[in-house]
Write a protein that binds this ligand. Structure first.
Ligand SMILES: [Zn+2]
Length: 147
């Protein structure tokens, strides 16, 4: 990153331990695209992908690109640095974002909400994804407030 952002949780998980099922998500993130699995039989959108669809028990899905916007479903403000490395980044916001473009139950993504005032974050706020390139092989999805 070339600019200074606020509330960025460090990315100690330089390896997301992707496997054959989840690697397409990370490949798309490197290209700045937010994708999710959509089951062919019932069109339910799920993140992360599962071995079987929870809705129809189907086995086959395709990856679809999402608009990258969403709504805060839940969040917490972390104020206490559990590790010394976190002392300079608290408070930071960890949010569960319900993703636009996912019908039905809605696919949700747990991610860091940055460049916001933790004192005014609220459930229902609109957000959009950005991809924080933390290495040559990893772009971490984070969210910022959307107008
Ligand atoms: Zn299904």
């Amino acid at each position: 990153m070339t600019e200074t952002r606020r509330g960025v949780y460090p990315a100690p998980f330089n390896d997301p331990h992707a496997d054959a099922t989840t690697q397409p998500f990370w490949d798309a993130a490197l290209e700045g695209r937010l994708v999710a699995s959509r089951w062919n039989a019932c069109h339910t959108v799920v993140l992360p992908p599962q071995p079987r669809c929870f809705n129809c028990q189907g086995k086959d899905f395709d990856w679809v690109e999402l608009p990258g916007t969403g709504t805060i479903y839940s969040y917490t403000v972390v104020r206490h640095p559990l590790l010394a490395d976190l002392a300079e980044v608290v408070p930071y916001v960890s949010a569960v974002v319900e993703l636009d473009g996912t019908q039905g139950a809605g696919a949700r993504l747990s991610a860091n909400l940055i460049d916001c005032d933790p004192e005014v974050v609220a459930i229902g706020d609109k957000v959009r994804v950005i991809f924080d390139r933390t290495s040559d092989s990893l772009a971490v999805p984070r969210f910022v407030p959307a107008p």
